[in-house]
Every structure is written in C-alpha cells, then in structure tokens.
Write a protein that binds this ligand. Structure first.
Ligand SMILES: CC(C)(COP(=O)(O)OP(=O)(O)OC[C@H]1O[C@@H](n2cnc3c(N)ncnc32)[C@H](O)[C@@H]1OP(=O)(O)O)[C@@H](O)C(=O)NCCC(=O)NCCS
Length: 219
C-alpha cells in the first residue's frame, strides 16, 4: 500500500494500516511517497519503520494495480494527485479504523479514510478521497462530496451537504440541514448557523465569513 504524504496525516494513516494489519486486513507492504518531505518528517517516518519510497512521479511510473491512499490534508493537492493517478491502474481502498462506526445505509467512496472514534450514523453518502478524522461525527442523511475533510472532533449535524473540497475545522459544528460551499474552510471551533457560499473562510460563534480562500490556504 502506498501512502501519499509524509506529513502528520500520512503517518496517522500508516498507523491505521498497522492497526488493520494486526487484525488480518492487509494491503501488502507499506511505503510512503512525498515530493518534498521535510527532514523532520523523514526522521519521523524512519522511527515508525515506514520507508520513504519516492515521489508521486515514481508512483505514477511504477503503479501496478498498487493500492494507494491520498493522505494529504489539502483537497486541492489531493485532487491534483488523484488526477495524475487516473491514468494508472492504482486502486483506492476504503480505510475504516476498527474503532470507527459506520451505520446503516452509509456509502463510502473510493479512497475515503475514516479514523478512530469517527461516527457516521445512518444513510450518509461519502464521496471519493474524503477524510473523516478522529472523533468527528456525521449525522443522518448528510452528503459529503469528493475531497471533503472533517478535522478531529468536528460535528456535522443531520442532513448537511458539504460540497467538494470543503473543510470543517477541529471542534467546529455545522447545524442541521445546511450547505457548505465547495472549498470553503470552516475554522476550528466555529458554529455554522447559515449556509456558506463556496470558497470562503468562516469562523467564530456564530460563524461569520471573513475572507475568500486564497491559493495558499485552499483546502
Ligand atoms: C479559520 C482558519 C482557516 C483561518 O486561517 P487564516 O486565514 O490563515 O487565519 P490567520 O491564522 O491568519 O488568523 C487571522 C485571524 O483570525 C483569527 N482566527 C484564526 N482561526 C480562528 C478560528 N478558528 N476561530 C476564531 N478566530 C480565528 C486569528 O486569531 C487572527 O486574528 P487576529 O488578526 O485578531 O490575530 C484557520 O485558523 C482554522 O481554524 N483552520 C482549521 C484548523 C484546524 O482544524 N486545525 C486542526 C487540524 S488537525
């Protein structure tokens, strides 16, 4: 299994893979690719015992039905790498931590990662390459479009739509029935009480839009 990204989430996903392997669910040897791993992240990978095996270009060149997980927080970067891999025969398994719960009628898209403690209640649609980080909760009838990311402890109430590439910060709450526009960033700790348009940054209680997303932040 190739994990794309040597950063914090990449190593958390490696840990998830260890956990699955200890329960007999294996995807073969684990290696990481990253185009620009920092020295600190190289050292952290080394101490985890996970080899750095090259760059995304190497992965694209050498892909042989390789299982791959895109473990990068930025939705824009995740999408760009998914596009590059679309010409290969890479596969994108769905990874669910044994301590997560996924209820009845929940559908998970390829490459989605559901971390420890996450709870998805019932009849939720999760798109491709979505990350649901530790202890995030998602209520009934939600629609999490492709490349969405829920940071730890975020709370998405029932019947919410999170459009493509949007991000919900740690400990933020989205009230029921709302829609968050594509690539919008909801700040840590925010409480979203109205629909949010695409491409904005919103934070606070109640959440207020205070900026447009700029490329450097793009979720
Ligand atoms: C909201 C957010 C996207 C804004 O990022 P940004 O535009 O780069 O904002 P800055 O860091 O430049 O901060 C701008 C101002 O907003 C404030 N601010 C930043 N994040 C905030 C938040 N979540 N809630 C309230 N105010 C916040 C800052 O204190 C700063 O105020 P100041 O100008 O009075 O000092 C970001 O701070 C955030 O919350 N991201 C989610 C982070 C997260 O979930 N982390 C956990 C990862 S596991």
């Amino acid at each position: 299994m190739v994990v794309v990204g040597a950063g914090g989430f990449g190593r958390e996903v490696a840990s998830l893979l260890f956990e699955l392997r200890s329960r007999g669910v294996g995807f073969g040897d684990i290696g990481v690719v990253d185009d620009r791993p920092s020295m600190a992240n190289r050292a952290r990978l080394h101490s985890l015992g996970v080899p750095l095996i090259g760059t995304v270009d190497d992965l694209v060149r050498n892909c042989r039905e390789t299982p791959v997980v895109l473990a990068i927080g930025s939705a824009t970067a995740r999408r760009a790498i998914a596009d590059r891999l679309s010409v290969t025969d890479a596969t994108f398994p769905i990874l669910v931590h044994p301590q997560a719960s996924v209820g009845a009628g929940v559908t998970l898209g390829e490459g989605s990662v559901i971390c420890a403690g996450a709870r998805l209640s019932a009849q939720i649609r999760v798109g491709r390459h979505v990350h649901v980080d530790q202890n995030a909760t998602v209520g009934h009838d939600c629609d999490l479009e492709d490349f969405v990311r829920l940071n730890p402890q975020s709370c998405v109430s029932g019947d919410v739509t999170l459009e493509t590439g949007s991000l919900v910060g740690a400990n933020a709450t989205i009230l029921q029935g709302l829609r968050v526009g594509g690539h919008t960033l909801v700040g840590a700790g925010a409480v979203v009480t109205h629909d949010l348009p695409a491409g904005v940054v919103a934070s606070g209680v109640p959440a207020r839009v205070h900026a447009r997303v700029v490329a450097a932040q793009a979720g």
